[in-house]
Design a protein around this ligand. Structure first.
Ligand SMILES: Cc1ncc(COP(=O)(O)O)c(C=O)c1O
Length: 395
């Protein structure tokens, strides 16, 4: 079955109840039982291996299982658990697989709050993080130590857009088979429609569903999909941490998911137009969008992704804080915002050098980051023309 068909059908078996199309919102903390036998059966199902029986609200309901099943199918994994945000999904996965004394290899281009968690909470619990260059590929071999337990990839980085060679990293990491190192991927940019990290050799794939899965900028949610051998540790860790999601949020994310395929195609088409326009502007040093043939990682992107989404970055030949502020203050089709993945276009300043420790950022700062929404790209380009005039007057 193709992804566009899966997206419509996956997880809908639950919706047979009362013949409604979408699985309803099951609001529940307490579950009540007919008799002690039913109580015991539910308890047996809820403890240990995961079985989808209603036992207690935190363990989920048909509303959350619908989304989990859909994400599992699309990621081509074994099973999925949800978390209350994308960052919550990342921290839950890291906590599940790491223990005191372990070593974590973390990509240097990682989302900044993930870095903060490694340098904060993980360091506090005695877990050492080494950052590595996103272009490292099989060179990761040299950084693996006897205590390395997790390698974290985020491809592409959400401000600098390097595509990582996940197959080369996975080959290198899995050659240390006796160490059972787990590769965790943040798949938020590609989504399981355009990128399937588990098929490329990763063990865990995480989505900040907040972005494209929800698609309407009104829900925080994360998902963690695991390969079979890693699911029990992930599930147990999530239960120990008490991570649970609101059924309303799971419902809205599933509703967003049903239109993900068509939205992404439009994001991609619009973004190609705007990114290509930027690449011809004299002010621009570099457009960071892997789908452009001029992008240094275009070959890797073409090999490992089946499409590109709407987030990309610009570095200027010459820039200043005042010029970028003038640009941002003169847009009207774009809103100023740090997020992405919704139907609306967003723009924000981008400063990367202060969050690099293993690789250098040699471009003038600040740059900008854009998320291209579902508006007509001609209107967006006209808006950016005016904004660049303001940028130029402040240089
Ligand atoms: C690449 C990436 N991963 C994870 C997250 C975290 O997601 P959330 O905001 O849902 O916690 C973000 C948020 O911006 C992100 O950009």
């Amino acid at each position: 079955m193709k992804d566009d068909t899966k997206i419509v059908h996956v997880g809908r078996a639950n919706a047979k109840r009362h013949n409604v199309v979408n699985t309803p919102v099951y609001r529940a903390s307490t579950i009540v039982f007919e008799d002690t036998q039913q109580m015991r059966e539910a308890m047996d199902g809820a403890v240990g291996d995961r079985k989808k029986v209603m036992f207690y609200g935190r363990k989920g309901s048909p509303t959350s299982w619908t989304l989990e099943e859909a994400m599992t199918e699309l990621e081509e994994g074994f099973d999925t658990v949800l978390a209350p945000s994308g960052l919550g999904a990342i921290t839950t996965a890291l906590m599940a697989f790491l223990r005191t004394g372990d070593h974590l290899l973390m990509v240097d281009s990682v989302y900044e709050p993930t870095r903060h968690f490694c340098n904060g909470m993980l360091a506090k619990f005695g877990i050492k993080t080494t950052y590595y260059d996103p272009n490292i590929g099989e060179g990761i071999l040299k950084l693996i130590t006897p205590t390395t337990r997790v390698v974290f990839v985020e491809s592409p980085g959400s401000h600098s857009f390097e595509i990582q060679d996940i197959p080369a990293i996975a080959d290198a990491v899995h050659s240390f088979s006796d160490q059972n190192i787990v590769i965790i991927a943040d798949n938020t940019w590609g989504t399981p429609i355009f990128h399937k990290p588990l098929k490329l050799g990763a063990d865990i794939s995480i989505n900040a569903c907040t972005k494209y899965i929800v698609g309407h900028s009104d829900v925080m949610l994360g998902s963690i999909t695991a390969a079979k051998e890693h699911f029990p540790v992930l599930y147990d860790g999530r239960q120990q941490l008490g991570v649970a999601v609101s059924p309303d949020d799971a419902y809205l994310a599933t509703r967003g998911l049903r239109t993900l395929g068509v939205r992404l195609n439009q994001h991609q088409e619009n973004t190609m137009k705007v990114a290509t326009w930027f690449s011809e502007r004299p002010e621009v040093e570099k457009v960071m969008y892997p789908a452009l043939p001029s992008d240094p990682n275009h070959r890797l992107w073409k090999r490992d992704f089946s499409g590109a989404t709407g987030l990309f970055g610009i570095v200027f030949k010459q820039t200043s804080r005042e010029a970028v502020s003038a640009m941002l203050n003169s847009v009207s089709c774009f809103s100023l915002g740090y997020s992405w993945g919704g139907y609306e276009s967003l723009i924000c300043p981008s400063v990367v050098s202060h969050i690099r420790t293993a690789s250098t950022w040699r471009y003038a700062e600040p740059g900008i980051r854009l998320h291209i929404g579902l508006e007509d790209p001609e209107d967006l380009i006209a808006d950016l023309e005016i904004a660049l005039k303001s940028f130029n007057t402040f240089l």
